[in-house]
Structures are given as C-alpha cells and as structure tokens.
Design a protein around this ligand. Sequence first.
Ligand SMILES: [Zn+2]
Length: 257
Amino acid sequence: MNRIFLLSLLLSLAGTPSAWALHILIDPGHGGIDQGAVHSRLKEAEVVLDVSKRLQNLLSAESGVRVSMTRTQDKALSLPQRTKMADQLRADLMVSLHANAAPDPRAQGVELFFQNSLPPDEDALYLANLENQEFEEDSAHVGADSSRRGDVNAIVSDLHRQHRLRSSLRLSELMSKSWKDRESRKGPSIKQAPLYVVSRTNMPSVLVELGFLTNPTEARRLALPSYRQELAERLRDAILAYRIKMGNPIQNETISK
Ligand SMILES: [Zn+2]
C-alpha cells in the first residue's frame, strides 16, 4: 500500500458522511413537464415536493441524520437520474414520495411500496405502469443478466439484495406503525411492486403513495398545509425509529455495500 493510496483511502473514509449519520435521500416524484397525477386542481409533483421539503426541514433538525433531495424545485428528473443520484451520494436510505390516482374515486389511503421480489398483483402492476411510464424495460432482461454472473458474484449480490429487502420492509413496517400509532386504526398497506426507483437502487428504499388525488376527501386533505405537515411528521417519526432500530450505520454499511 503506497502513501498516496493510503492518503486517498483516509480522505475517502473521512469524507463518508454515512459513517457518521444516517444519510437519507428524499425523492419527490415527478416534476417539470411531468406533473404526475393531476386531479381536483392538485398536481402530484407539487404536493410531493411540498411534503418532501417539510420532511427535509424536520429531519435537518435531528442529529445523526443527513438529508439530501433529488429535487428541490419543479424540474424534470428521469427515473435513472434519481437512482444514479442515490448511488453517487451513497445514501443509506431512499424515500420516494408520490400521490396516487385510480379509476375508482373510492380508492383511498396511504400505500407503502418496497423493492419487488414477488410476482406483483394486478393493482401493483397498474401502479407500476403509472409511475414507470417514462422507463419501460422488460424485467425478464434483468433476470437474464444476473444469471450470467459468476456464482460467487451471484451469491454476494443475492445477500445484498436480501439485506436491502429486509431493511426496506422494516422501514415500511415502521412507517405503517407511525400511522397506526397516531390514528389508532389499521396502518397503511405494505406492498411490493416493480417500481423503478425502489427496485433499481442499491440501498434500502421505500416509495410512499401519500393518498389518492382521485378521492375527493383525500384530495381536500392533501391540499391543506396542516395535513402535509402531519404527513411529513409521520415519515420523520418512522425514519428516526428506523435509525434507532438499525443501530450503528457503520456496521450496516459494511453489510449493505
Ligand atoms: Zn407518482
């Protein structure tokens, strides 16, 4: 090990923020020319950006948490750009925020999606179709790629994948609990879907659908600043609980990366 290599290694370690704090990347969905779902005068891109900024403010006030955002303005960002950003920032966690739409105006509630490993049900496929519109790729192609890897690589990547799945599920459960605790009723449902941003990231990630813009009651609530703040608080509570549950982020990093 020469001195230059040692120095650069030390610098890179010192510069790794996730060694000191849980680094979370908040991803407000859509933006710019892609406004997402638009109903009842509400634009998904605007609603989720506002909730994301509120969550960013809340988390920034906490010690042991570092926050980044994929976008802070109303600008377009492709799905690959978002996952690439997560990788480049070496975030420990990615939380993508969306608002839902459905043909049936009775559809309601918060829904949590994490990385897909099971065949999705029909509703999950419908949502994936809505959210992945700009990026269509045959998921079978990914399977073919991984089967070509060497055995050891395949085992290691499978362990990483399992770790990401478990952590993502844990975060989803904590989010569901955060809703349940406050409303003392059934928490949001947790689902798996082949959504690009949660399936293509190298870190635990959860996509939260904050409610249905197509449901008149939910659309009214989602328009209220006080309700948006409440949503951000619930997400913050879950993320802080996740940080405690996962313990030392340094140890987790050695497993997850
Ligand atoms: Zn969306």
